[in-house]
Design a protein around this ligand. Structure first.
Ligand code: IPM
Ligand code: MG
Length: 364
């Protein structure tokens, strides 16, 4: 049985980095006989909107609904906007329509990458971003009064918070704890000292935390969290936050381990999964062959891991691990570094190196 993957390369560097992820997925199928992926490309994004008047054609939406997983590149272009001034972001529409409530964003320091923080602490944690409500719930809504006033509201529900917090604690149970002290810990990030909605988020977090005796519960205000992530990231294990805070913190986290080019993500719910880099479309370097494909390749590895978990398929899980190991090997070698890491490797060269390592895994 082949897994059906809906592939949405999108805009800007999306197609550049997607080509390398597909190359690596080709290699992993050669290395793991029996693992079969049927990858089919679909249109989505700003270019698609400009050409067709919609950023998510019905054919694409239908494919995303029926596929076993969605592999997404990146979407949005600064000069293509909706009438309200916001950008084209089909990934946001997919998060809500497919109920992909858990934004899983690993922040991991790989050796060989130039250190960003003083003292070069070990960093290996996961930001869990609530993906379906929070401040983003107002997208397309909000209130606009002429040219004078605009508001967006924060939406926190008990059900929405409970499920993301449970996801966070279950993830912590499967991990080995924070690299700094080995403690299994979920850190709730909020602004409970100021906003009612955030005090509620914390209260629901505390209610759920009581169900898990083997994982410590911790609270940090979002402003203090930016300091913690820079000064003591080794004490972080799993972090859970409202949608917009999770968006902002995941960029900061990526910067502490080498930048957006190394930041993968999984947007998952109970029925669907979408995998995409946390980065944007970087239109300034699109098509130049210099974008870092690693975030996209690691997102493909997360997809295999998720498919493996979901279908009890050890081979898919092993394939995901093989890709991650190949990425770690590439990052340990400065000749495989793209410009964002201070190197001179091309997008294609990095994809080739990772695919070659994955193919060797199969011969061992
Ligand atoms: C992300 C991105 C998106 C978001 C943008 C491109 C709409 O920043 O996935 O983090 O805001 O969620
Ligand atoms: Mg973001």
């Amino acid at each position: 049985m082949a897994y059906r993957i809906a592939v949405l390369p999108g805009d800007g560097i999306g197609p550049d980095v997607m080509a390398e992820a597909l190359k690596v997925l080709g290699a992993v199928q050669a290395a793991f006989p029996g693992l079969a992926l049927q990858c089919q490309e679909y249109k989505a994004g700003a270019r698609c909107y400009r050409e067709t008047g919609t950023d998510l054609p019905p054919e694409t939406m239908a494919a995303c609904r029926t596929a076993d997983a969605v592999l997404f590149g990146s979407a949005g272009l600064p000069d293509v906007r909706f009438e309200d001034g916001t950008e084209i972001a089909p990934q946001l529409t997919l998060r809500t329509t497919l109920d992909l409530y858990a934004g899983v964003r690993p922040i991991k320091r790989y050796s060989g990458v130039p250190p960003a923080l003083a003292g070069d602490p070990p960093i290996d944690y996961v930001i869990l971003r609530e993906n379906t409500e929070g401040l983003y719930a107002s997208r397309g809504g909000g209130i606009q009064v002429g040219n004078q006033v605009a508001t967006d509201g924060m939406v926190i529900t008990r059900a929405g918070t409970e499920r993301i917090v449970r996801y966070a604690f279950r993830l912590a149970q499967k991990r080995r704890g924070a690299p700094g002290d080995g403690a299994r810990r979920v850190t709730c990030v909020d602004k409970a000292n100021v906003l009612k909605s955030m005090a509620f988020f914390r209260r629901v977090f505390d209610d759920v935390a009581r169900e898990f005796h083997d994982v410590a519960a911790d609270h940090v205000y979002v402003d203090a969290m930016t300091v913690r992530m820079v000064q003591r990231p080794q004490r972080l294990d799993v972090v859970v936050a409202e949608n917009m805070f999770g968006d902002i913190l995941s960029d900061l986290g990526a910067a502490t381990v080498g930048g957006m080019g190394l930041a993968p993500s999984a947007d998952v719910g109970d029925a669907h999964g979408l995998f995409q880099p946390s980065h944007g479309t970087a239109p300034d370097i699109a098509g130049k062959g210099i974008a870092n494909p690693i975030a996209q390749i690691l997102s493909a590895a997360m997809m295999l891991d998720w498919l493996g978990e979901r279908h009890g398929d050890d081979r898919a899980r092993a394939a995901g691990r093989a890709i991650e190991a190949a990425v770690a090997k590439a990052l340990a070698d400065p000749t495989c570094h793209t410009a964002d890491l201070g190197g001179r490797a091309s997008t294609v060269a990095v994809g080739d190196a990772i695919a070659a390592t994955v193919r060797e895994t199969g011969r061992e």
